[in-house]
Write a protein that binds this ligand. Structure first.
Ligand SMILES: [Zn+2]
Length: 284
C-alpha cells in the first residue's frame, strides 16, 4: 500500500462540499467510499466511581478504542490505546487501572496494515489512555492542533515529565500538520477533524461520513459517559481541563450532530462499545 504524500492545506474554509449543483453545473463526483474499523484497546476502571454512582451511572468502567479510517486517498489512525503493544501479553496485561488483551499492531496486521501503511495519525488528545502506541506511528503524518502540540512538547521540558510522554515522544520529529481549528483530512468532507478544546487545550473529535452507516462523530473525551449529554452540570473530568471551553465544544458538536443527523460514538462508553462491530469487521 503506498503512502499518500501529505499536502498540508492547514485551514479549510468549507468542509461540506455537498451542496446540490446549481442548474447547468455538473453534478459533484460520487462520494468516496470510506471504511471505519474499530479496534479493541482494552478497558479502564474508574478511579473515582462514587460521584458517578451518585448520579445514577452504575456502569463506571470505560472502554478504550482506536479506529482506522480507510479512504481512497489514504488511511487515518484515530487514537492509539492505553498500554504499549510491547507490554501486552497474550493472556492480557494490567497496568494501573487499564487492562488490555489485544495489541493494536496485531489488530492492524489482521486486516493487512503495518504502521508504515498509515498515512495520518491523529490523537483526540495527549492523555495516556489515547497515546500509548503513538511512537509506532511516528512515520505517519501527524495531525495535531497547535495548542495540543505545545502542551506535549513545551519549549522548556518539564522537570518531571509524565511517563505518558515517553510513549508519544517520537512524534516530536514526525512530519506534522499543525491545525488551528477544523480540518478536512482528505479534502472531500468525508473525514473531518473537529476542534473541540476544553478537556485539553487542543482536544479534537472526528466526523466521519459513512455511506451505509450514516455520519458518525468519534467523541474523543468530549464526553466519557452518555449521561453527561443530559446532565449538563455533570463533568466528571471537568477539573482536568477548561470547563467553559469544553461546554462550548459540546455545544458545537451537539449542533453539528443535529444538523448532519450524525450519531455520536462516545469512545469510553463501555456499553455502546460492546455493541460495536470490531475489526476485522468494519462500518462503511
Ligand atoms: Zn480518555
Amino acid at each position: 500500500m503506498s503512502r499518500t504524500s501529505a499536502i498540508g492545506a492547514l485551514l479549510v474554509a468549507c468542509w461540506w462540499p455537498l451542496a446540490p449543483p446549481a442548474a447547468g453545473q455538473k453534478a459533484a463526483p460520487r462520494q468516496a467510499s470510506v471504511k471505519l474499523y474499530v479496534f479493541d484497546c482494552g478497558r479502564l476502571k474508574s478511579g473515582n466511581p462514587q460521584p458517578l454512582l451518585d448520579r445514577g451511572i452504575t456502569t463506571t468502567g470505560m472502554s478504550v478504542a482506536a479506529y482506522l479510517i480507510v479512504h481512497p486517498r489514504g488511511t487515518l489512525l484515530w487514537d492509539s490505546g492505553v498500554i504499549p503493544d510491547e507490554l501486552v501479553k497474550p493472556e492480557g496485561t494490567t497496568e494501573a487501572r487499564a487492562t488490555v488483551h489485544k495489541t493494536l499492531s496485531g489488530q492492524l496486521a489482521e486486516i493487512g496494515y503495518k504502521p508504515a501503511d498509515i498515512t495520518y495519525l491523529a490523537l483526540s488528545h495527549n492523555h495516556y489512555d489515547h497515546s500509548a502506541n503513538a511512537n509506532q506511528f511516528a512515520g505517519s503524518t501527524w495531525l495535531v492542533q497547535k495548542a495540543e502540540r505545545a502542551v506535549m512538547f513545551p519549549e522548556t521540558a518539564p522537570p518531571n515529565p509524565s511517563p505518558a510522554r515517553q510513549r508519544f515522544r517520537a512524534l516530536e520529529l514526525s512530519k506534522t500538520i499543525l491545525l488551528d481549528g477544523d480540518h478536512d483530512v482528505f479534502g472531500d468532507g468525508t473525514v473531518v477533524i473537529l476542534s473541540t478544546p476544553g478537556h485539553t487545550p487542543g482536544h479534537q473529535s472526528l466526523f466521519v461520513r459513512l455511506a451505509k452507516t450514516g455520519p458518525v462523530v468519534l467523541s474523543g473525551d468530549l464526553y466519557h459517559y452518555p449521561a453527561e449529554r443530559t446532565l449538563k452540570d455533570f463533568t466528571p473530568f471537568g477539573a482536568l481541563g477548561d470547563s467553559s471551553r469544553e461546554a462550548a465544544s459540546k455545544a458545537k458538536v451537539e449542533a453539528l450532530l443535529k444538523e448532519k443527523s450524525a450519531t455520536l460514538w462516545i469512545q469510553h462508553d463501555i456499553l455502546a462499545d460492546a455493541g460495536l462491530k470490531k475489526s476485522p469487521g468494519y462500518y462503511e
